[in-house]
Design a protein around this ligand. Structure first.
Ligand code: OGA
Ligand code: NI
Length: 363
């Protein structure tokens, strides 16, 4: 793919710009009026929030287990997003991985730039998504790595050397997050009225599923009202587990015509449905648009763990979920083919899923 070899313009880390003390956001980060954070905020003043689900119910008795599965299914249908508590990942594991990546982003710029990525695989340190020349950019940097399956795990040279324990802490967190995704896909499968292994099988089986990590770093922004930390998008893969910053909010989730600001609960993880599960569930579960607003007062760090289907399997709606009343809404496509779109075009709301759709899908 010729156009995915290099970035179309010189890449400037947003952190470098922010730390240089600029008092205005350069033009290339200024969003059109309709995309700016004030344009769509909820007018009510008392915003609803995404559901909070206690996963300890899954290992309780039959009644608690069923109620928890119903809560997961309802959240996947109504919001596409929820927070989980008692998710099984220890606070020590979470503390270490957070500290590792805060440590990395605190390293000198010249050291970070040694890991500069290219659009070919996106692995490493980067500041843009998409290769369209002249695109309006987002106010954020990131570090991207492949964790699973083992054959495509990012090579040693792609991992930060500092902090020295960054790789170990990330692998430890990655193992736990993958385990959690295994539990969640079972609950989500049962919630669709299917057998517990349905989504796991569709992803290619536990040893074949993919996982990658994007650590997002949103530096302080002199004019947060003009730009976004991350433009509106839905996640292209299966399921995302987001470890949000416990100190600074920023994630907003679309609910109808409003954007709801997520208030991260200390110790919780944020889970959201990706496009592939919307496809597999024939749009019973929704992959919902979300975005990140920038902040003048504080920088923000988040870790997005993406749990994905094996990349060479054609995925389409489950046969069991296709009925005369509910025809298949999507045509089968592999995740490899699907993800090229976002790698070329960058975040574009839900346009990509619409382009796959056969007929009338409203969300
Ligand atoms: C993402 C994402 C949200 C956040 O990385 O896909 O939506 O809060 N991140 O950083
Ligand atoms: Ni996302």
């Amino acid at each position: 793919m010729e156009c995915l070899q290099e970035w179309p313009e010189l890449v400037v880390p947003v952190q470098a710009l922010s730390e240089s003390g600029v008092s205005a956001v350069p033009d290339c980060y200024v969003k059109p009026l309709s995309d700016r954070p004030t344009g769509l905020s909820s007018p009510t003043g008392h915003e609803p929030n995404i559901p909070i689900i206690d996963l300890s119910g899954l290992s309780g008795g039959a009644v608690a287990c069923r109620a928890t599965i119903q809560a997961v299914a309802a959240a996947c249908r109504d919001w596409g997003f929820f927070q989980v508590v008692n998710h099984g990942i220890g606070p020590d594991v979470i503390g270490r991985v957070r500290a590792a990546w805060r440590g990395f982003f605190d390293r000198p710029m010249e050291e970070k730039r040694r890991y500069a990525n290219s659009p070919r695989s996106y692995e490493g340190y980067g500041s843009r998504l998409g290769v369209e020349k002249g695109a309006v950019l987002d106010w954020g940097d990131y570090y991207f790595l492949h964790l699973l399956p083992a054959e495509i795990k990012s090579q040693e040279k792609r991992w930060p050397e500092n902090p020295a324990w960054c790789k170990a802490a990330t692998e430890e967190y990655g193992r736990e997050a993958a385990k959690l995704c295994g539990v969640l896909t079972k609950a989500m499968s049962i919630g669709l009225g299917l057998d517990a292994e349905f989504l796991g099988r569709a992803f290619g089986g536990e040893d074949e599923a993919g996982a990658c990590l994007r650590v997002n770093y949103y530096p302080k922004c002199p004019q947060p009202e003009l730009t976004l930390g991350l433009s509106a998008h839905s996640d292209p893969g299966g399921l995302t587990v987001l470890l949000a910053d416990e100190r600074v909010a920023g994630l907003q989730v679309r609910k109808g015509d409003s954007w709801v600001t997520v208030k991260p609960l200390p110790g919780a993880l944020i889970v959201n449905v990706g496009d592939q599960i919307q496809v597999l569930s024939n749009a019973t579960y929704k992959s919902v648009e979300h975005r990140v607003v920038a902040n003048a007062a504080a920088e923000r760090l988040s870790l997005a763990f993406f749990y994905n289907p094996r990349s060479d399997l054609p995925l389409g709606p489950a046969r069991e979920l296709v009925t005369p009343d509910r025809p298949p809404l999507y045509q089968p496509m592999t995740f490899n083919e699907y993800r090229l779109y976002i790698r070329k075009n960058g975040p574009r709301g839900k346009q990509q899923l619409k382009s796959l759709s056969r007929g009338q899908v409203t969300n």
